[in-house]
Design a protein around this ligand. Sequence first.
Ligand code: PLP
Length: 406
Amino acid sequence: MTTPRSTSRFDAARRLRNYSYAILNISELARRCEASGRPVTHLNIGDPALYGFHPPEELTRACIAAFEKNAHSYTASCGILPAREAIAREAASRSMKTAPDDVIVTAGATEAADLLCTAMLNPGDEVLCPSPGYPLYAALIGRQEATCVSYRLDPANRWLPDPQEIERLITRRTRLLVVINPNNPTGSLCPPDLLAAIADIAERHNIVCLADEVYRKLVYSQTHHPLASFAGNDLCVVTLESLSKNYMAAGWRTGWMTITNSRLVPDIRAALQKLADARVCAPAAPQYAIPAALSLGNDYLAPVMEKLRERRDLTVRMVNAIEGLSCSTPEAAFYVMAKADPAVHRFASDEEFIVELLRKKQILCVHGSGFGTDPSEGYFRIVYLPDTATLERVYADLSDFLQHCR
Ligand code: PLP
């Protein structure tokens, strides 16, 4: 979706002409539908708290205690020291070499990505990004007038990338390699040998890696390995995490970046500091929940993952039972990339499919092209966070919809 050309006297910045974020842009249509009295089932946004998942109470207590102790001031721009120490300690326990001074606490992983892209990219620089992948990156890269170069995640190979393709796409302008693991929208998880291969390529070509690991704890059976744990001494990895998904507190807007081998990038580190200073700090009180979060262990996750597994399994079973629809089994997070076979419906594009599904059944998903797939391929993303009764109703409606749109 591109921004329509303005007719007003003051045009918005040209850099924003192709700035888009399909996940929320599409909800404008849903708002209109709801305004006309038809409630919509929102399967477009990955906010666990909307579907009955809550942050562990240790986090809420730490946040409330901070308010009670007057945490109303600005904090240090890179975040409070106890949070940075807890982040560095926990990262070290997962073989990521970092230190409290290499941590910046941010307003969600979103702000961390924004700071890093702003600190690093000049017009014409190239950034390698997964396709399909979370649309924030293409938007931020475009805003810097840099170029997003897509590497393909292969649906026939558990939506994993081919490291050889990544290497082939590197040019002398490549500055950054984005790895989203687990990935949104596919729910795929990279095995350790693949991460080692990616780290090796980046190191040999002198490219910084951005490892988006905001879903790292939401894995079903395999273990998550941080990309930074494969970094030798000559690779800088900036890892992004947050309380949003792993701790189900998306509205707290609290995340962080952790730099591994920051001595390789002193100029970028200084730029990050300047940018962090200029936006003053992340929200203060939730920063006090970070040490609580990182000392929790995984017990709080067991009931969460049990529910998510049930919803995932139901989704995979019911989607694949619908003629013309298919999906593979996600290994992490709460998304599935489904494919509506273009041979069995009459829609020219995935977006048309999604808009019609909303009109006819009041179900809101996001078209695959919003994440980078080709609009003719028929992919769309389902958020399977709702309870099983809601999901069963959604898939029955989806089946009915497909039967009537041949
Ligand atoms: N990275 C990925 C892959 C995401 O899916 C999201 C949110 O959906 C974010 C980053 C943003 O997370 P935060 O809420 O921490 O800004």
